[in-house]
Design a protein around this ligand. Sequence first.
Ligand SMILES: [Zn+2]
Ligand SMILES: [Zn+2]
Length: 75
Amino acid sequence: MSQGTMFCCGVSWVGADRAHCCRRTGGCGHVFDDAKLWDRHRRYGRCLDPRSIDLVTTTNGLWLWTLELTDHRAL
Ligand SMILES: [Zn+2]
Ligand SMILES: [Zn+2]
């Protein structure tokens, strides 16, 4: 478990286990909390706007489930 700061293609985030959609490979550059979220924002080889799939962004640019979905998932 690494909590170091990562830098890539103009974005930075904390935690090596985040799922980054790299601009160098044609991605949107967003950083997601986990690989499931990453999967969710990719449809037919294209990036969706994370807001359109009910994700919210933290102040440091990390995309997470909305609170309601987090609660639902925890049940
Ligand atoms: Zn990158
Ligand atoms: Zn993307």
